[in-house]
Design a binder for this molecule. Structure first.
Ligand code: ADP
Ligand code: MG
Length: 314
């Protein structure tokens, strides 16, 4: 199969309805041309997934397609943005038609679900590696930044961080879970859910800061604290324990929640008075959100992040 045939048969499809008029030129020319809504800003992010590093080598191609786009959509969600377009750079060891069909299906299903258009890319031969560059928009000055956290804010997280790490640990023989729990966690590892609707909702309700959790609850909040020049207290007793991790000793479950990556949940801060509305809308979206701590002013000698138990009632 020539490179041209490969692109035409697997990576050329009509833009989803919501993007049809904004794609002036998609796949097929030297560069794509898109129309950014008047008054909006363009948000751009790129992430590469390498086999054996960012996903287990036995991951099915449909899941690889999903995850390649999902981790990028998650970055748009964390900014509160509307995801609109993406490009795809593929490095493939060989052009295996059935692999390509399944990969493209996983990619396209998620793209259609979120109305993002594939507008171009690059295809080369080499070790398996997938790169998506995602583009989204927001009205000027409205992005949810890492630098907006304020003392007194609650810190909350969506979903159940730790499930994806549990899936990986089971796969690597470091952890044993009942079969249905292990299968659920493997699913969370392979098919992360980008929290775009929650991201829009946070933006609308004036959340102060946000990021997506890819390295764990102990490490990622530090980016917000550094950018906002604040400190935080997290309450280990309030971490949202996944129903499928209940069988584990609490220390094991907490280690997974605090240090596990790959969940792509949103961690955000908001004024306590805005949280009830956010919580209610998230519930309507079917996304659990849980308060796990609070932002405090940073005294020079304080640690950036302090883990306590039961300090906070809500
Ligand atoms: P060029 O020689 O200008 O780099 P290519 O031959 O690499 O162009 O690609 C031809 C067209 O196909 C371009 O519009 C490019 O954006 C698109 N394309 C290449 N690879 C992919 C891919 N994996 N997915 C989507 N579009 C792709
Ligand atoms: Mg090229």
């Amino acid at each position: 199969m020539s490179e041209f045939d490969l692109i035409r048969s697997h990576f050329t499809w009509p833009a989803p309805a919501a993007r049809a008029t904004s794609v002036i030129r998609g796949v097929g020319d030297d560069a794509a041309i898109v129309r950014v809504p008047v008054g909006d800003e363009l948000l751009v992010s790129v992430d590469t997934l390498i086999s054996g590093v960012h996903f287990p080598v036995d991951t099915v191609p449909h899941a690889i397609g999903h995850k390649t786009l999902a981790v990028n959509l998650s970055d748009m969600a964390a900014m509160g943005a509307t995801a609109r377009w993406f490009t795809l750079a593929l490095s493939l060891p060989q052009a295996d038609p059935s692999w390509l069909t399944d990969f493209a299906r996983g990619l396209r299903e998620l793209a259609d679900q979120h109305q993002v258009a594939l507008i171009g890319g690059d295809t080369t031969r080499g070790p398996l590696s997938l790169t998506v560059q995602i583009m989204g928009t927001l009205p000027q000055g409205q992005a949810l930044l890492r630098s907006g956290a304020q003392p007194g804010d609650v810190i909350a997280v969506s979903g159940y961080p730790g499930e994806a790490a549990a899936g990986l640990a089971c796969l690597q023989g470091r952890l044993t879970l009942p079969p249905t729990a292990a299968a659920h966690c493997r699913q969370r590892l392979d098919y992360p859910t980008p929290r775009l609707s929650l991201g829009y909702s946070l933006h609308r309700h004036g959340a102060h800061s946000c990021l997506d959790v890819s390295d764990g609850l102990l490490s990622d909040p530090r980016h917000i604290l550094q950018a906002s020049d604040t400190a935080a207290r997290l309450d280990s007793a309030r971490l949202p324990l996944s129903p499928v991790l209940h069988s584990l000793p609490i220390e094991t479950a907490q280690t997974l929640m605090l240090n596990g990556g790959d969940d792509y949940e949103l961690l955000f801060t908001a004024a306590p008075g805005d949280f009830a509305a956010i919580h209610e809308e998230a519930r309507d979206l079917g996304v659990p959100v849980t308060v796990i701590g609070e932002i405090v002013a940073q005294a020079p000698a304080d640690p950036l992040l302090c883990l306590t138990t039961n300090w906070f009632k809500c």
